[in-house]
Design a protein around this ligand. Structure first.
Ligand code: SPV
Ligand code: MN
Length: 610
């Protein structure tokens, strides 16, 4: 460690920070340790280092760089992500755990000398806005300048805030190493480990580069924060935060969608404002309303299908100079290309498989696409044309609506409103989605994903649900809870256009302000045809037919009952599920069965419902 770094550390006057840095420098044996502050010079240092290391390369437009992750490191590794717990502890069948002592021993032994010849970077961040009761301090140790660079785009600087800790150990920390590299990507993916140490408020993550695995502040901190939220009675959610604009007012929504279900594109809908697209801390305000802050200040978004027609704003940003890290796209003549960008891709170039040409196959004989389905872009929110002015508000924004978005082709209507907060909690807990490429493994399998937070839960379902139920009760006016499904199909054909979600959002906004009537169905309240027709005309200049409405908003009782059976099966195996929740499930079933009898058919048209 050079003099400058030592004196930066001294400035913090925190023996916990000091001993962690010393411990991991000694264990990982980097050639050099560099400690960084919030200064622009230090940020620039990291940017340059990523280029010098070849973790990133410059693209044609000013500020654009490309980073590749290894061929087998293109999504979150669920199998090797473990929550460390004392021996004999089972959190849930769905939560992967490891015995704490032996896992710590294992990961520490794998970390021995892992940074040989590399530079260890130490950075400080603030999860949430600065000077806010929401926020959590976090220290990142990494040997990847790409990780450090991504974090300076995605997170608020926190060195100054660390000083205000006054020497306490109230912070999260993350130790990451990409491990040995081959052609600039992690070589030993078989030794990939992501161990979340709840008791130590820390995570060790090694032999990976994909940001969902490597970046401590994103999904790793989310897990630690969920534990904290349960100790302190608030909600820590896998949710976007956005401002819906209508009639000159701004109404704030949060939304939880499993990966690849339209979360970022909802948060970035044209004409609305964005606060965050991924993680929200939600607390009770002094006025007994729910308030939310974005934990992040940037977007690590899926780039597939971003094109001028469906996502005009992000497309514009991605094709304009400015600080952007592209990952796992196709690069040809220093320009990035991705799937679904609305133009023909070149037949060759460089991608996540190295030199790529059309028809190239991998070791297993599978055809390698031009760009990965989980290719991403990393940008700052500030500077986007639709940034909400309250992005950094330390008090957060009042939440009037919460949206749970699933992905199914044949069960749920495009939008519905829950009957109450507990019914909404039930709806959120029952989200299902077909798997996408954001995690490793097969795609297209229907998976249950409560509150889109399953991958990050570190406490039993029952307690998590109970927390939501209680939180609603503590509020004077709980947010209205809605469910969306953008993925209905008929014979393989999508029933909705990409931008139809704007109409659903406007309807939800209006419901919050008591402006539209709704139809009560067994599963919740749905829009009336005339209201949607007018909204389609006003916002998309589109004729919305009665036939489309009838098909989209039919109540498919059999399909809905099948889903209830699946959900019940899952929750039956969980301990301490609150009665209130079980009652919601039972009454939902009763309502569906009754409706089926009353209308004497399985699929009930919204025009028939009284
Ligand atoms: C998600 O998959 O939910 C993401 C990207 O937001 S990742 O960083 O991989 O979690
Ligand atoms: Mn996410």
């Amino acid at each position: 460690m050079d003099k400058k770094s030592s004196s930066i550390l001294e400035e913090l006057n925190n023996r916990h920070v000091l001993s962690i840095v010393e411990k991991y420098a000694e264990l990982c044996k980097p050639a050099k340790v560099t400690v960084l502050t919030d200064s622009e010079d230090d940020t620039e240092y990291v940017r340059k280092l990523a280029l010098e290391n070849n973790e990133e390369s410059n693209l044609a437009l000013e500020g654009h760089t490309i980073h590749f992750d290894g061929y087998n490191d293109q999504g979150r590794d669920k199998l090797n992500t473990k929550i460390l717990v004392p021996e004999g502890t089972v959190i849930s069948k769905y939560i992967n755990t490891g015995e704490r002592e032996s896992c710590l021993e294992e990961v520490h032994s794998l970390m021995s000398g892992i940074m040989k010849g590399k530079e260890m970077l130490v950075r400080f961040f603030c999860l949430g806005p600065k000077n806010s009761k929401f926020s959590i301090s976090a220290m990142q140790i990494t040997d990847s300048a790409y990780v450090a660079h991504s974090e300076s785009i995605l997170y608020r600087p926190g060195f100054e805030q660390f000083k205000t800790l006054n020497g306490s150990d109230k912070f999260f920390y993350f130790v990451h190493s990409a491990g040995e590299l081959e052609n600039n990507v992690t070589k030993n993916v078989d030794k990939r480990r992501i161990y979340v140490d709840m008791a130590g408020d820390r995570v060790f993550t090694i032999n990976n580069q994909y940001a969902g695995n490597s970046m401590g502040l994103k999904k790793l901190a989310l897990r630690l924060a969920i534990k904290k939220s349960h100790q302190e009675d608030w909600l820590c959610e896998h949710m976007f935060i956005m401002g819906a604009k209508r009639k000159g007012r701004t109404t704030y929504f949060t939304g939880a969608f499993p990966s690849g279900c339209g979360k970022t594109s909802t948060a970035m809908l044209p004409g609305q404002t964005i606060i965050g697209d991924d993680i929200a801390y939600i607390k009770l305000g002094d006025d007994r309303m729910a308030y939310a802050v974005n934990v992040e200040q940037g977007i690590f978004g899926i780039i597939e299908d971003i094109n001028p027609k469906d996502d005009p704003m992000i497309y514009e940003v991605l094709t304009t100079p400015g600080e952007i890290i592209f990952s796992n796209v196709l690069v040809k003549d220093n320009l990035p290309y991705w799937l679904g960008m609305g133009k023909e891709l070149p037949g060759s170039g460089e991608n996540f498989s190295g030199r790529w040409y059309k028809g190239k196959t991998d070791a297993k004989g599978n055809t390698i696409p031009a760009a990965h389905k989980n290719a991403r872009y990393t940008i700052r929110i500030k500077g986007l044309p639709n940034t909400d002015p309250r992005l950094d508000d330390p008090d957060g924004v009042p939440v009037s609506g919460m949206i749970y978005g699933g992905r199914d082709s044949d069960t749920s209507p495009p939008v519905l409103e829950s009957l109450s907060w507990p019914h909404g909690v039930f709806i959120g807990s029952a989200i299902e989605s077909e798997t996408t490429a954001t995690t490793l493994g097969k795609t297209g399998v229907r998976k249950h994903n409560p509150m889109a937070n399953l991958d990050f839960l570190v406490i039993p379902f029952g307690r998590y649900i109970e927390r939501h139920l209680k939180f609603g009760k503590s509020l004077e006016t709980p947010p209205k809870i809605f469910a969306t499904n953008y993925f209905l199909k008929d014979n393989g054909r999508w029933l909705n256009g990409m931008l139809d979600k704007k109409v659903w959002l406007m309807w939800m906004e209006g419901r919050i302000h008591g402006e539209f009537e709704a139809i009560n169905t067994p599963v919740g309240r749905i829009p009336k045809y005339e209201d949607l027709k007018a909204l389609f005309r006003e916002h998309l200049d589109k004729e919305y037919s009665k036939e489309d409405y009838g098909q989209q908003f039919s109540i498919r009782t059999d399909k809905l009952l099948e889903r209830l059976d699946r959900i019940e099966e899952i929750f039956k195996e969980e301990e301490d599920i609150p009665d209130e929740f079980t009652n919601e499930l039972t009454s939902q079933r009763e309502r569906l069965v009754k409706a089926k009898e009353k209308y004497k058919k399985a699929v009930i048209s919204p025009f028939e419902i009284e």
